[in-house]
Design a protein around this ligand. Structure first.
Ligand SMILES: [Zn+2]
Length: 148
């Protein structure tokens, strides 16, 4: 059985790397069904000047090519936005593990309605990381989620 909290550690570590780089602290990692790491990454909007590099897309791209994704697990520190929820649907990723959805709720309920196995851990460290970031860098946060 997969230990979701253990998988979240990799995504959390990525979020912390992003924060240390001056970026938005959202991390993600893609695993196979046995829990083997396929790719990991973090939001790089600030670092790369590229708003399309979200944690999930970075982890997904770093995993390289794969024939199918039904047996893969996308782990992310924060509820996936619509763009990243679309990625999960587009490639048929079977399982999504979410660190928290208190500070932002994206498309994880929509994913669950469409047959994706979704677990929201409500991880306190993830909540605190985003709460602190939003308080300290509101302009960057609202830029990232596209809210005026
Ligand atoms: Zn996203």
């Amino acid at each position: 059985m997969i230990n979701a909290e253990r998988l979240l550690e990799t995504a959390y570590d990525e979020a912390q790397r992003g924060l240390a780089e001056g970026g938005i602290p959202i991390g993600a990692a893609l695993f196979d069904s046995a829990g083997k790491l396929l790719g990991r990454g973090h939001n790089r909007r600030v670092q790369d000047g590229d708003p399309s590099v979200h944690a999930e897309t970075d982890a997904f791209r770093n995993a390289g090519r794969r024939r199918g994704y039904r047996d893969t697990i996308m782990v992310t520190t924060l509820s996936p936005c619509w763009y990243c929820s679309g990625l999960v649907r587009q490639f048929g990723i079977g399982t999504v593990i979410v660190g928290e959805s208190r500070t932002f709720t994206g498309g994880h309920d929509w994913l669950a309605e469409h047959g994706v196995s979704v677990t929201v851990l409500d991880d306190q460290r993830c909540v605190e990381m985003m709460t602190r970031f939003i308080a300290e860098r509101p302009e960057l946060w609202y830029e990232d989620i596209g809210v005026d």
